[in-house]
Design a protein around this ligand. Structure first.
Ligand code: IVH
Length: 678
């Protein structure tokens, strides 16, 4: 949706946009706390560019369009880049991509150009300088001219080689003094884990993997960085600030041979139509990647042509970022209602005039909580900008235009379904319905139980659950197992065949592993990973249900808050009853404990603390478990060994007090090896 260049006053609009862009740059680059999405930021930037293009007399030297990044934040030393780290221009559609190609072909007078397609990893760019084959300096992009020195932090990234062999460099024809540039990312899994443990420790959680990567890379304490699973993907090789090899493809291949991690999903593309096809393929498959991408990069393959094309002050003419068509649209908030979640949390939701966003009709968007409505200054009747990304529920980004007959929304005082008075606990942003028999909560619990990551029961979705609860056929998740084909076939939109499928799917779920049953129960704060850790540690639901808070806290990653939620859950008579019904239904409420398996460390209990020189805590724990040992979260008389690294804390003190043997990494490895030998 292209807006005409300023309707009223372009010079005022340019001023406003500059101020707004600067604020967002500060939030994004300096504070790591962006308030708007990248797409929204890009939109503002493009709007300013458009104005400045049409009215060049309005362009000022300090406009955000005139520089490549943002100043490094205080706290880190800075150093100059060997060559400016410029950013890329964006193409938001196939036609814009074709236009980029046409401009390039015109400039160098060619019929067709060979390109390389790469994923545009959504992380933080980093330049690493090697001298005599050894890593000497790592810099963030900073303002593009100078970056922050983050060498110590970079060293903790395992996919970044600290040294490249002289012989290898000779063979590849690369000098011993060279520079590699690339992107640091945090894989989705590592991000989820980090946020879970931050939440448990009451620390700051990150909005997305990119922010988490940025935050982790700029830790003043590199030990913390070491604990975070960051990855470095290389995409450029420079000597004395310029590219050495003949082509981008050769550069990537060489980097791979030198030991750098290079993204495997690269492609050589002959002509722009191949690039268009490549971009369609990956923008569609992006969710299947273990890390996030925010687009693709198309680069002219030949370095000779790259040099001939050169760069503008902002970006190279030989490369372009292909972005997913902005998944945003404007529409009107017709009403706001509230939804009751499985924990009773009340979430306000905007009911929208239906609008197409990226090929999907959207008529609802989440508003998270009442504070968010306040922050947005949103009222019913307002025109808003919404954004949809991947599978997540669309959200409202901002009010575009207040409605003429706007009216404020007030959170209800009682549950919209069961009319119980809502409670907003101190320090919480959400109100909750505390009635555990509330039908709305029940419906959500059943849907969660049946969901893919829990019991994975096909066909038990929103509309079926709605009917099952409303007709009194199901009063708890255990009742699902009593359903007959006749009962299900009697419901709306349910033919005999689909009813049979549903009942069979429910039946099949009796075999689902313990961890998923635990997750499916929907105990507060118990996500998939915690459920797995609980299952592995205790081996049965009964053992978990009987465990005390202290015993639960022995499980890795289970802190006081989670332990308390588990105790509370199993203390409720209604949940005890539920357990009995699930047992009667024949669900898997036990499992063989993996740590009970035969192995050299069989029966031994370990606690890990501090940072080990090479192994991460997860790796160490994995190896101990693989050898039959058990890893717990807190030191007690039952602990056999404490493995301590640098900056070990109170757990080490406790080990000493209880006279428990303390091992370093070397000793742990020896123990694992001994076991392997015997
Ligand atoms: S090439 C002059 N390739 O995207 C060309 N950049 O705005 C420099 N990025 O800051 C960039 N993946 O951090 C290139 N495969 C890739 C990339 C990539 C991610 C980032 C990079 C840069 C930004 C471009």
């Amino acid at each position: 949706m292209k807006e005409p260049v300023s309707v009223e006053n372009p010079s005022e609009e340019a001023l406003r946009l500059r101020a707004e862009l600067r604020r967002h740059e500060h939030l994004y680059y300096v504070l790591d706390q962006p308030e708007i999405s990248d797409a929204e930021y890009d939109r503002l930037m493009r709007r300013l560019q458009e104005i400045e293009k049409e009215r060049p007399e309005l362009l000022t030297a300090d406009s955000p369009t005139q520089r490549v990044g943002a100043p490094p934040r205080e706290g880190f030393q800075r150093a100059a880049h060997s060559a400016v780290m410029i950013s890329l221009d964006n193409a938001f559609s196939d036609d814009e991509l074709r236009e980029f190609d046409r401009r390039a072909r015109d400039l160098i007078d060619r019929e067709t150009i060979e390109y390389v397609g790469e994923l545009k990893l959504d992380g933080i760019s980093m330049a690493t300088r090697f001298e005599g084959g050894a890593l000497q300096l790592a810099l963030t992009r900073g303002d593009g001219v100078e970056g922050e020195i983050i060498t110590e932090n970079a060293r903790t990234i395992r996919s970044l080689p600290l040294h490249v062999d002289a012989e290898l460099l000779r063979k590849e024809g690369v000098s011993e003094d060279f520079e590699v540039r690339g992107e640091v990312v945090m894989p989705r899994k590592a991000f989820e884990r980090l946020n879970a443990s931050q939440q448990q420790a009451g620390g700051k959680t990150f909005a997305n993997p990119r922010n988490a990567a940025a935050g982790s890379l700029r830790m003043l304490d590199s030990k913390v960085t070491a604990e975070r699973r960051l990855e470095f993907f290389a995409y450029a090789l420079l000597v004395n600030g310029s590219a050495r090899l003949d082509s981008q493809w050769e550069t990537l291949e060489t980097l791979g041979r030198l030991g750098f991690k290079v993204n495997p999903h690269r492609a050589r593309l002959d002509g722009i139509e191949a690039c268009v096809a490549y971009s369609h393929e990956w923008l569609e498959k992006r969710d299947s990647l273990p890390y996030e991408i925010d687009g693709l990069v198309v680069k002219v393959d030949s370095m000779d042509l790259q040099r001939r094309l050169g760069s503008t002050s902002r970006a190279p003419r030989w490369a372009i970022a292909v972005k997913l068509a902005a998944q945003q649209a404007e529409t009107v908030v017709e009403d706001i209602d509230v939804q009751v979640g499985r924990t009773g949390a009340i979430t306000p939701r905007a009911l929208l005039a239906p609008v197409q966003v990226g090929g999907v009709t959207v008529s609802r968007a989440t508003l998270h909580n009442e504070d968010e409505i306040g922050r947005l200054e949103l009222q019913i009747g307002d025109k808003v900008l919404i954004e949809r990304s991947g599978d997540v529920i669309p959200k409202v980004l901002r009010v575009v235009e207040p409605g003429k007959d706007r009216r404020p929304f007030h959170m209800p005082a009682e549950c919209p379904v069961c009319k119980t008075e809502l409670v907003r606990e101190e320090g919480e942003v959400v109100r909750r319905c505390v009635n555990i028999n509330c039908p709305a909560r029940l419906k959500e619990s059943i849907q969660h139980f049946a969901s893919r990551k829990a019991m994975n029961i096909d066909g038990v979705g929103e509309s079926l659950v709605e009917q099952l609860v409303d007709r009194g056929l199901v009063g708890s998740v255990a009742d699902l197992y009593k359903l007959t084909v006749e009962q299900v076939a009697g419901l709306e939109r349910m033919a005999e065949k689909s009813a049979t499928n549903v009942v069979e799917a429910i039946d099949g779920s009796r075999k689902i592993a313990l961890a998923r049953v635990i997750y499916g129960l929907g105990v507060r704060y118990v996500g998939e990973r915690t459920a797995q850790l609980l299952a592995d540690y205790f081996g049965s639901i009964d053992a978990i249900a009987k465990a005390s808070k202290e015993e639960l806290e022995e499980v890795e990653e289970v802190g006081p808050r989670i332990a308390e939620a588990i105790v509370d859950f199993f203390a409720a008579p209604r949940n005890q009853e539920l357990l009995e019904q699930l047992r009667a239904a024949g669900l898997q409420l036990e499992q063989a404990r993996p740590c009970g398996a035969a192995g050299p460390l069989n029966g031994k209990t370990f606690v890990l603390t501090g940072t080990l020189p090479e192994l991460t805590r997860d790796e160490a724990a994995e190896r101990i478990r693989a050898a039959g040992g058990k890893v717990t979260g807190s030191v007690s008389a039952k602990t056999d060994y404490v493995v301590a690294g640098e900056k070990a804390g109170s757990k080490l003190d406790k080990a000493r007090k209880l006279e428990i043997p303390v091992l370093g990494q070397e000793e742990l490895l020896a123990l694992l090896d001994d076991g392997a030998a015997s």
